[in-house]
Design a protein around this ligand. Structure first.
Ligand SMILES: Cc1cc2nc3c(=O)[nH]c(=O)nc-3n(C[C@H](O)[C@H](O)[C@H](O)COP(=O)(O)OP(=O)(O)OC[C@H]3O[C@@H](n4cnc5c(N)ncnc54)[C@H](O)[C@@H]3O)c2cc1C
Length: 339
């Protein structure tokens, strides 16, 4: 296992922020992870776990140890006439895993095609897209406690998944290294292409296959979302706020163009992009940062942008939405303050 000192992370975060970490390592087994955590050189240092850095905003250098779990195994652990269960290493690229499943005709994750990141990060914010969330296929999550180095397994319900939320963003925030995630995939999947964009894309195909759904979603995402390799970004910067039905109806009356989306009973999800656009931020550039011209939810980092600059701009957007609509929009991106 290689341990690098003063490693630059510019190429390892999708915002392309030019920051350094004091130490960096990519252990490829549970034993290597335990060894790193127990090593006297690192034991007292702050630890940050990174997958592909697609949901992280650094506001400065990290004076600690960055661990990128590089466990890459995919093992079939169970199967029956209806499903197959896979135990997947945290370091497997998420979209490679989706392709692996769809190529074999195993359904459940196809709507999450082309989401950047690693499998180990997928339960952290319960990744979701096009009417699907990863919690629908997760059976269990294995992790190592960073302070005790003990291993634990949480069942799906113990992960307390919510909208872009889980126990790993709350009680266990920053305390775990997810090593393996087990998924149950359907052998005869019921395809979900209700989402209007996907339905429109597939309208010419009489009986769409799993592969057709994946292709449609990849093509929609490529057309709609900026590629971080070309325009540096971290995907949706804010979560869609959830408000009471009563509040949503009042807003809708005053703003007929506002679209409402179902949430838990009695609640409605509002599109943060619409709120941001109404506040006049779509396409606006300030210094080396700005809001993407086609996607009001995406904050972009132009050449030379710093994390602090992006964070200040995000706070400005948040304040504007609060002032105009009296709604708090929460950041989806994980802010890593310099240590
Ligand atoms: C262009 C673009 C589009 C996106 N579209 C979507 C989308 O449609 N839906 C969606 O839900 N998200 C989307 N995202 C956000 C992002 O892809 C997901 O949040 C993804 O799961 C992050 O994976 P990562 O490996 O890059 O995690 P990182 O950004 O490296 O880490 C994210 C968080 O998870 C923690 N973490 C990572 N790995 C582990 C681990 N093994 N153990 C414990 N903690 C860990 C980190 O400490 C950090 O807090 C998008 C991002 C981009 C750039």
């Amino acid at each position: 296992m290689i341990i690098e000192k003063d490693k630059n992370l510019k190429g390892l975060n999708t915002l392309g922020l030019n920051i350094n970490t004091a130490w960096y390592s990519a252990p490829s087994s549970v034993d290597e992870i335990r060894w790193l955590l127990g090593n006297s050189q690192f034991r007292e240092l702050p630890v940050l776990i990174m997958g592909s850095g697609s949901n992280i905003l650094f506001t400065g250098d990290f004076d600690g140890l960055v661990i990128h779990p590089a466990l890459k195994e995919i093992t079939i652990t169970d199967s029956d006439s209806e499903s197959v269960t896979l135990r997947v290493g945290a370091g497997v690229d998420w979209d490679d895993f989706v392709a692996y499943c769809t190529d074999r005709g195993w359904g459940g994750v196809e709507n999450l095609s082309l989401i950047p990141g690693c499998v180990g990060a997928s339960p952290v914010q319960n990744i979701g897209a096009y009417g699907s969330e990863v919690k629908e296929t997760i059976v269990s999550v294995e992790y190592i406690d960073i302070s005790t180095r003990e291993g634990f397994t949480l069942t799906n319900s113990e992960c307390r998944f919510g909208y872009r939320d889980s126990i790993f963003k709350r009680e266990l925030r920053g305390a775990t290294i997810i090593t393996f995630v087990s998924f149950r995939l359907a052998l005869n999947p019921l395809l979900n292409f209700d989402y209007s964009d996907v339905a429109a894309k597939l309208s010419q195909i009489s009986n769409p296959s799993l592969h057709d759904v994946r292709e449609a979603i990849c093509s929609i995402r490529r057309a709609k979302l900026p590629d971080p390799e070309i325009v540096r970004n971290a995907g949706s910067f804010f979560k869609n706020p959830v408000v009471t039905e009563e509040r949503a109806m009042t807003l809708k009356e005053a703003n007929p163009t506002l679209k409402l989306f179902p949430a838990d009973p009695g609640y409605i999800k509002l599109p943060a992009a619409w709120l941001i656009e109404q506040c006049g931020f779509k396409g606006v550039r300030e210094g080396n940062t700005g809001v993407h011209q086609n996607q009001a939810l995406v904050i972009v980092a132009y050449k030379g942008a710093t994390g602090v600059e992006i964070l200040e701009f995000a706070k400005k957007i948040k304040r504007a939405v609060k002032t105009r609509f009296d709604i708090d929009i929460e950041m989806e991106v994980n802010v890593i303050a310099s240590s």
